[in-house]
Design a binder for this molecule. Structure first.
Ligand code: BGC
Length: 742
């Protein structure tokens, strides 16, 4: 997205409200105000501070601008001297605290009330130590590992003075043409909810005021993933029913986990844009979920209400967004320019202004910013890319990789004298970072080539040939690639997407890789050696012409800085792949949207199918292979009839019957075959991932709380549980349980 520089129209207003620093100092010495008393409660400090603020000071708290050099080279950040010290928040683009501390000094020491600024940044999958994109994290089915990576991100961000990340993105996405599918946890509300809660807890810790904890932001509220035809920023058509049963659950889970903030979305939700939606922001988040924090707009989203056809002009946009419950305006300055007049005209109430300011100040107090406004300036060697951080992100990277095919157990590659390493991704670094790589650097990434060189040194010769670029039609490198394939015992073909092919504003009309990459595969295949295709991409792909030609396919997503060691570990067998798909892989783009938890059709069997392509996906949600075999025993239930208040225990024994240790994720689904509101054919309700040593067994258990796990939700969020039959499904097993009439 093109982000324009901000012009501050509010400077004059700011100047008028500032007292001299000397006067403020004198006042403090005579009488320390309650809001500066660290021993007082957060709420009393908030109220005391609000009671001292002018309307202008309050309005400045409701705005966020930028500080520092934006990633976009066309976008020069404002210099410190132009930003009012009373500003509520700044997006900070620096990776050390110097500029940030200078700005904070202005806020704390040179304004009348000394309110610290809240510094935010998009720390999406790592600050400097970049780890797998969120979609890949979900593929690990290991929220604990994702949490450990978020802790790395939080402490690195904190060291730069960033106290607030615009993460996690918990938009359910079922259309891989939409580039932002990379930024979320996939297609399933339960999986996304688990990752939402885990990442929020990891960023924030138990106490926001402690070092290395940063505030989280659930985004984009709500339904942004339903973007029509996968185009970005476009309207979405979402019924209230679907809002509640599909799009809201990960946000609710994040709010329950304590997320300090939410970000309103760009999309128009069936006529009412997310950034002016009173129902979602005020009725749901604030009134029903009792959220303590605040809602920030997405970039320019308030002003965009004009383009969306809701608001007449910036003033109207500010009025609509603010009254709908949007507390902080990001970048476009609509609040800064218009809120004072709107209050004057009686269109915005002082109660609403105080409510928004209260929420923002509350977070600043909770973060301890009043007591500790400055960030210690540490050398990079003490905060970035630390050995324990790299170990954590490598663990996540390898568990997120999904083995999609392994014909004749071609993987792991063992006892090979030589392998050909081919393809545009083989020696690439930057594209393995994915989109939104924070302060990450291309040179930080260990490429697949370097990872394999380390792992195979002295054992296997690597014959490298790029073959071709990611796109275009230059096939001159094919001959060299074919020659390498002919000389080697096996081929590792590294294909995929550039990092800017997914993420924001990166929609694609087809989810197949460009033809030249498919042609390269055909060419090296002709050498007659086993071909392992390694794929790095930020969405599910159409592999119709790739998978059949490959002996093995390994989906590595965009794994971040430890890509090389993680891939090498799987290729050589040091790691046993344990990732499972968090999104369905269709055969073709034409099958989109396709997801496992759809509702049932009225006609079954062969009816209603596509005539020209299959109607089932190529690889289902939850799918993924291992180097070992897992045998599932019979499911045991504590009871097959129950009442609403009962608890049922379901358990199953899984045996690792292969010769390698491996991690298995047992996925528990339910279905309700007859309900007054029809439900998806299957719904994931619980999962558990465990290491099972070769030859051993492990018991997996699902404690079923009927109201939590079997109930459904209506179009206004009311949960209900109907008597009748339900099914518990695990692997290919299906068991009936019955809720008796009370
Ligand atoms: C994106 C958000 C992001 C924000 C701030 C927007 O364009 O949609 O996800 O947090 O910019 O950079």
């Amino acid at each position: 997205m093109y982000k324009t520089p901000i012009i501050f129209a509010c400077l004059a207003m700011f100047g008028a409200s500032v007292c001299s620093a000397d006067a403020a100092d004198r006042t403090r010495k005579q009488d320390v105000p309650l809001y500066k008393d660290a021993s007082a409660s957060v709420e009393s400090r908030v109220e005391d501070l609000i009671s001292r603020m002018t309307l202008e000071e309050k309005i400045l708290q409701l705005n966020q601008y930028t500080l520092g050099q934006n990633d976009n080279i066309n976008n020069i950040g404002e210099t410190v001297s132009q930003i009012p010290g009373e500003t509520g928040s700044l997006i900070y683009f620096g990776d050390n605290a110097v500029l940030r501390n200078a700005m904070q000094k202005r806020a704390v020491e040179q304004t009348r009330l000394g309110i610290p600024i809240l510094f935010g940044f998009d720390v999406i999958h790592g600050f400097r130590t970049v780890y797998p994109i969120p979609l890949a994290q979900a593929a690990s089915w290991n929220p604990e590992l994702a949490g450990q990576a978020c802790r790395v991100a939080a402490s690195e961000a904190y060291s730069a003075g960033v106290n607030w990340t615009f993460s996690p993105m918990v938009d359910i996405a079922r259309d891989a043409r939409w580039g932002r599918i990379a930024e979320g946890y996939g297609e399933d509300p339960h999986l996304a909810s688990v990752f939402s809660a885990a990442t929020v807890r990891a960023y924030q810790g138990d106490d926001l005021s402690q070092e290395n904890n940063i505030a989280a932001c659930l985004k984009h509220f709500v339904g942004y993933g339903a973007s029509e035809a996968g185009r970005d920023y476009v309207p979405t058509e979402i019924s209230r029913q679907t809002l509640w049963d599909t799009y809201l659950p990960p946000f609710e889970a994040g709010v329950k986990a304590g997320a300090a903030t939410l970000m309103s979305s760009f999309n128009n939700i069936s006529g009412t844009p997310g950034s002016a939606n009173h129902y979602t922001m005020t009725e749901v988040v604030k009134n029903r979920w009792n959220h303590y924090g605040f809602i920030v707009a997405d970039w320019n989203a308030v002003m965009q209400l004009v383009n969306q056809g809701l608001a007449r002009d910036g003033k109207d946009a500010a009025c609509l967004a603010f009254n709908a419950g949007l507390d902080m305006d990001m970048v476009d300055n609509c609040y800064g320019e218009h809120l004072a007049a709107l209050v004057d005209e009686g269109k915005v109430s002082m109660e609403r202004v105080d409510d928004a300011v209260r929420r923002i100040l509350r977070l600043k107090f909770m973060l301890g910013l009043f007591e500790k406004p400055y960030t210690e300036e540490l050398p990079d060697s003490e905060r970035f890319m630390l050995p324990e951080s790299l170990a954590a992100v490598e663990a996540l990277a390898q568990e997120s990789m999904v083995l999609l095919k392994n014909e004749g157990n071609v993987l792991p590659l063992e006892n090979k004298a030589s392998v050909a390493l081919v393809g545009p991704m083989a020696r690439n670094q930057g594209d393995l970072l994915g989109s939104w790589y924070g302060r990450g650097r291309d040179s930080d990434v260990i490429s697949i080539y370097d990872g394999l060189s380390g792992a195979l040194a002295g054992k296997t010769e690597i014959l490298y040939a790029k073959g071709c670029d990611f796109d275009g039609n230059d096939t001159t490198g094919f001959a060299e690639a074919v020659a390498a394939a002919s000389q080697a015992e096996a081929v590792l073909l590294c294909l995929g997407e550039k990092r800017n092919w997914s993420g924001e504003n990166a929609s694609r009309s087809t989810i197949a890789l460009p033809e030249i990459q498919e042609e390269l595969l055909k060419a090296v295949k002709r050498a007659g050696k086993p071909v392992v295709v390694i794929l790095s991409n930020g969405r599910s792909l159409d592999l119709t012409r790739i998978a059949p030609l490959a002996d093995a396919v390994l989906e590595i997503w965009q794994p971040g800085v430890m890509a090389g060691p993680a891939v090498a570990g799987i290729i050589t067998g040091k790691y046993n792949p344990s990732g499972r798909l968090p999104v369905t892989f269709p055969y073709t783009t034409g099958q989109i949207p396709i997801y496992y938890n759809h509702r049932a059709s009225g006609r079954t069997g062969s009816q209603g199918r596509y005539q020209d392509i299959p109607s089932t996906p190529m690889y289902e949600f939850g799918y993924g292979l291992s180097y070992t075999d897992f045998e599932y025993g019979e499911l045991e239930l504590s009871s097959d009839t129950f009442r609403a208040g009962d608890r049922i225990t379901a358990s199953i024994t899984v045996k690792n019957s292969g010769r390698r240790d491996g991690k298995e994720t047992v996925q528990w689904y339910i279905s309700d075959p007859a309900c007054s509101i029809t439900r998806p054919v299957r719904e994931l309700k619980h999962f558990e991932k465990k290491l099972i040593p070769a030859g051993e067994e492990a018991v997996f258990t699902f404690e079923i709380d009927p109201m939590r796990d079997l109930s459904f939700v209506d179009h206004d969020g009311k949960r209900f549980l109907e008597p009748g039959d339900y099914y518990i499904m695990v692997k290919d097993r299906k068991y009936k349980i019955t809720l008796a009439d009370e």
